[in-house]
Design a protein around this ligand. Structure first.
Ligand SMILES: NC(=O)c1ccc[n+]([C@@H]2O[C@H](COP(=O)([O-])OP(=O)(O)OC[C@H]3O[C@@H](n4cnc5c(N)ncnc54)[C@H](O)[C@@H]3O)[C@@H](O)[C@H]2O)c1
Length: 321
C-alpha cells in the first residue's frame, strides 16, 4: 500500500499546548493547516498561541510561503480531515476519547493518508482499535514546544504497516524533525519513561524536604542538563570512565546501583506535596506570565540548538546525527 508523503494540507485535531505546537510547525513549513477543537473559544486561543510562537519561528527561518493566514478552523472532525494529506491528533490523554475520535477521523479521511497521534504513552494497538484502515495509524509523539524541538517518537501498533512507519518518518523529516522509530510498543515509549523516572525522583526529593523545586531545577540546568542536550546519558558516561571507557565506568559505579539512591516508585500525591510543588514553582515563575516564559524558553532553545549545530559542523557531525 502506498501512502501520501508529499503533503500540502496538514490537519490537527485538538489545539491545546501540543496541537497548537503542531499547527505552528506546519505553518512555518509553508503548509496549509486545518484545525478542529471542540472547546469554546478554541480558535482564538489557538491563534494567540501561534502569534506567541511566531517570533521564534521567524528567528529560526520560515519557509518562503509560510503564513499564519494559511490556518483554517473547521466546524467538524469530518471537515477538518476530509481533504488532509496528513492528520495529527492531539486530544486529551484518555483512552476512550482517543478510541472514539480515531474511529471518526479514520472514517472520514482518505485511506492513503497517515494518521498520527501525539499520545505521551497510550498504546496504539489499543486506541486505534476501531479505526478504518488501521494500517496507516501510528503514534508520532512530539515534545513541547513542538515547533522547535526536533524529536518525534514514531510507534506502530499491531496492525500498522511498516510502509506507514516509513512514510511518517519521511513526513516528519520534511517538517524538520528528528524521528526516532520506537520498535517495541511499550507504555511511555522511550523518552517519557526516562523523564518519568527523573520526575518521580524529583517529587521524592521535594516530599522528603531535601530540596526545593528551584534547587532541583538548578541541579539539572547547571549540570547534567547541559550535557544531555548534545550527548545524552550513555555517551556522557562513556567519557566519565576516562580512557578506560564504559567498561571501567560500569565497574566503578556498578555498586551504587545496589544502594538506595533512587526509589523509582512514585510518592503518594498528597495535598501537601502538591502545595509544595505549586508554591515552589510559583516562586520560580515570579511575576512572569506563561507566555513570557514561553518566549524566554524559545529563545534559549534557539540559542542552544544554534550552538550545537555550529559546533557539530566544526567537528564533522551532521545536525541530526
Ligand atoms: N503537554 C505535553 O508536554 C505533551 C507532550 C507530548 C505529548 N502530549 C500529548 O498530546 C496530547 C494533547 O496534550 P496537551 O498537553 O496538548 O493537552 P491540552 O489539554 O493542552 O489540549 C487538549 C485539547 O484537546 C481538546 N479536546 C477536548 N476534547 C477533545 C476531543 N474529543 N477531540 C479533540 N480535541 C479535544 C481540548 O479542548 C484541548 O484544547 C495528549 O495525548 C498528551 O499526552 C503532551
Amino acid at each position: 500500500m502506498a501512502f501520501i508523503t508529499d503533503i500540502k494540507t496538514f490537519a490537527v485535531l485538538g489545539t491545546g499546548v501540543i496541537g497548537a505546537g503542531w499547527v505552528a510547525r506546519a505553518l512555518a513549513c509553508g503548509l496549509d493547516v486545518v484545525a478542529w477543537d471542540p472547546a469554546p473559544g478554541a480558535e482564538a486561543a489557538l491563534r494567540q498561541r501561534i502569534a506567541n510562537a511566531w517570533p521564534a519561528l521567524q528567528k529560526q527561518g520560515l519557509a518562503p510561503s509560510a503564513s499564519q493566514q494559511r490556518l483554517r478552523f473547521a466546524e467538524t472532525v469530518e471537515v477538518c480531515v476530509r481533504d488532509a494529506d496528513f492528520i495529527q491528533e492531539s486530544a486529551p490523554e484518555r483512552l476512550a476519547l482517543k478510541c472514539e475520535l480515531h474511529a471518526q477521523i479514520s472514517a472520514a479521511a482518505r485511506p492513503d493518508v497517515i494518521i498520527g497521534s501525539s499520545t505521551s504513552g497510550l498504546l496504539p494497538s489499543e486506541f486505534f482499535v476501531d479505526a478504518v484502515c488501521p494500517e496507516r495509524c501510528l503514534v508520532g509523539h512530539p515534545f513541547n514546544p513542538v515547533y522547535l524541538l526536533p524529536l518525534v517518537e514514531v510507534v506502530g501498533g499491531e496492525r500498522t504497516a511498516p510502509e506507514a512507519i516509513q512514510a511518517a518518518i519521511q513526513i516528519y523529516q520534511a517538517l524538520g524533525m528528528r524521528p526516532l522509530h520506537v520498535r517495541k510498543e511499550v507504555p511511555g515509549f522511550v523518552a517519557d519513561r526516562l523523564l518519568e523516572a527523573l520526575w518521580r525522583e524529583a517529587l521524592h526529593l521535594v516530599n522528603d524536604g531535601v530540596a526545593t523545586t528551584g534547587e532541583i531545577d538548578d541541579a539539572i540546568r547547571f549540570g547534567a542538563g547541559l550535557r544531555w542536550s548534545f550527548m545524552g546519558s550513555f555517551l556522557t558516561y562513556t567519557l566519565a570512565g576516562g580512557d578506560a571507557g564504559m567498561r571501567h565506568f560500569m565497574t566503578q559505579f556498578g555498586p551504587a546501583l545496589e544502594l538506595p539512591w533512587s526509589y523509582l516508585k512514585a510518592p503518594e500525591l498528597t495535598e501537601s506535596l502538591i502545595d509544595s510543588v505549586v508554591e515552589g514553582t510559583g516562586e520560580q515563575q515570579g511575576q512572569r506570565s506563561i507566555a513570557e516564559l514561553e518566549r524566554f524558553r524559545d529563545d534559549c532553545l534557539l540559542a542552544v540548538l544554534g550552538a550545537i549545530k555550529t559546533t557539530k559542523a566544526q567537528h564533522g557531525f551532521a545536525f541530526n546525527e
